[in-house]
Design a protein around this ligand. Structure first.
Ligand code: CAA
Length: 290
């Protein structure tokens, strides 16, 4: 049983990290009532603070009226109570830590706690929804809905169907992404990295090889991507923004699935992660931000 797009009123986002919090804000800005749920109170408090200051910046830049910003923030609730939020959720976007057992546990709970009509989507960039579909007890209503960092800005949403996903689930998820102001694309089959991360990975791989061979500096490779190819950021800047731990995790997960030598994680990145250089969020990555 699927909700039609018109019946989606309350959206539950699980996880209040960089992705979950901004996805929640995107949905609230589109007029939906949203609950961002997390087990960690401090994460929720930080998410609320960051989103409030983003909305204030939008008002200061003349991008939004104070009234609209307040209304959007007013539609957003931050909570640790999964059962209460799930009980009235029409659409769930799970953006928790990328651990399969954790996600399976969450989807089992969602299957028990949400109304039967609710669609259960995962924002995972690495785990296809087929891995959590059975746990939910309603595999036909499960898919990936993959946003990009920063989710408030990036237009793309990859909607990835698994073999059990119904056409109605795909159609409703695509339409919801459009109502969020995004430009969704449909990925017809689960494949590690979907489309965007495969494209990004190919560029990063070449950038890493050029750098390792001493052909050009980090800065010059990044500058070339921007000034010759029109990319908004160079590959090393982008890795630092996404997080080198995230990049490494994507590579490890892809390699575990394909076992293809070409997908082997890059040791330079694994090394930086081991030294705590995770990118912008830790103050140091390829570049120093301190
Ligand atoms: N969160 C929210 N909004 C942000 C932001 C952030 N972290 N960073 C910038 N913005 C907003 C700014 O507020 C600004 O908004 P206004 O237009 O309303 O003023 C707008 O974005 C432009 O920002 P700036 O002028 O400061 O800087 P910019 O023009 O360089 O844009 C950028 C910043 C949007 C991040 C741009 O550099 C960009 O598009 N970079 C590439 C990002 C990218 O490739 N993302 C995909 C990563 S891969 C991924 O996410 C998938 C995965 O699974 C890992």
């Amino acid at each position: 049983m699927n909700p039609s797009i018109e019946n989606i009123k309350h959206i539950l986002v699980i996880g209040s990290g960089a992705m979950g919090s901004q996805i929640g804000m995107v949905a609230a800005l589109a007029g939906y009532r949203v609950t961002v749920q997390d087990i960690a109170e401090d994460m929720l408090a930080r998410a609320k603070e960051q989103l409030t200051s983003r909305m204030q910046a939008n008002v200061a830049k003349g991008r939004a009226s104070q009234e609209d910003a307040d209304a959007a923030l007013g539609r957003l609730t931050f909570s640790t109570d999964l059962a209460a939020a799930a009980a009235t959720a029409d659409f769930v976007i799970e953006a928790a830590t990328e651990r399969l057992e954790l996600k399976q546990h969450i989807f089992t709970q969602l299957g028990e706690l949400t109304p039967a009509h609710a669609i259960l989507a995962t924002n995972s960039s690495t785990l296809g929804s087929s891995k959590v579909a059975e746990a939910s007890g309603r595999p036909q209503q499960v898919c990936n809905m993959h946003f990009f960092n920063p989710a408030l800005v990036m237009k793309c949403v990859e909607v990835v169907r698994n073999e059990a996903t119904s056409q109605a689930t795909v159609d409703t998820t695509l339409e919801l992404a459009r109502r969020f102001g995004k430009e969704p694309v449909l990925i017809n089959r689960e494949i590690p990295g979907f489309v965007a991360n495969r494209l990004m990975g190919a560029i990063q791989k070449e950038a890493l090889a050029l750098h390792a061979a001493g052909i050009a500096t980090l800065e010059d490779i990044d500058t070339t991507a921007k000034t010759a190819l029109g990319h908004p950021m160079g590959p090393f800047e982008l890795m630092d923004m996404v997080g080198l731990d995230v990049i490494d995790f994507i590579a490890q997960a892809t390699y575990a699935e394909t076992n293809d030598d070409a997908d082997r994680p890059n040791p330079a990145i694994t090394n930086l992660v081991a030294r705590g250089r995770l990118g912008r969020k830790s103050g140091r990555g390829w570049y120093d931000y301190q």
